[in-house]
Design a protein around this ligand. Sequence first.
Ligand code: KIV
Length: 294
Amino acid sequence: MSATPRIQVPQNLDEPLPMTLPRIAEKKRLGEPIVMVTAYDYPSAQVAQDAGVDIVLVGDSGAMTVLGYPSTVPVSTDEMLMLASAVRRGLRTPFLVGDLPFGSYEASDEQAIATAQRFIKEAGCDAVKLERGGTSVQRAKAIVDSGIPVMGHVGLTPQTATALGGHKAQGRTADNALTVARDAVALQQAGCFSVVFEAIPAAVTEVLIEHLEIPVIGIGAGPAADGQVLVFHDLLGIYDGHVARFVKRFADVRTQMVAGVAEYAAEVRSGAFPAAEHTYSIDEEELARFRAEF
Ligand code: KIV
């Protein structure tokens, strides 16, 4: 008989268990808020890991926050996959969702499945996210049917913000709120495991949450949502662009980064850096021999 114990005891009992779809659904059932944040590279993923978030989204907001594009529209699948792969390497426990970029899933079910598969196979994502109701509902269903979990996204959908009349709140008329509601219910029926509500009135979320079984992750959708998501660079104050009304800054990292680099520049210019403790020594005899031979 083997002496190997049958039950594997976790090595680090403080480490949370990896987040899974059943655990995300359980959180909604128990009324435990779900914490989601975006990340775009290895260090931001490590920060999300150490901070103990539940879900990490490699958002196409990375087009603007880390790649410097003017909107989320230009980012390519290859660029998103590079960001997502780096995030994967920095995570152990949060559930990882990759954002399908504009133009990578709308044309056909086949295109949507092929792009979603790349996020799973090449970047190691656990799920993908796509934007809008309408034709995206059928794309979501096709991806779900192919065995890949999908998160929906309704309300303000930045990939098609021009068609929505700009980056503005949605669901502020009864008709528009009904559109948001129908899209959310359709995405749930298509098999999405969760849906993001972006920039819709808190009172509309309160009504809709009663009609949805899947967790709603809000960004500018009020406190009734089952969870919240914010863009990493917005919440930490790293990004120097416009921030939406729904952003709360929890830190002012950019100011600290600029101050740090400015101090470094000043010390290099004044000669204060590097000091003796930042340099390596050489034995006097070796130095003398080196001088003599050079
Ligand atoms: O791209 C992104 O960061 C997003 C979140 C705002 C939900 O889609």
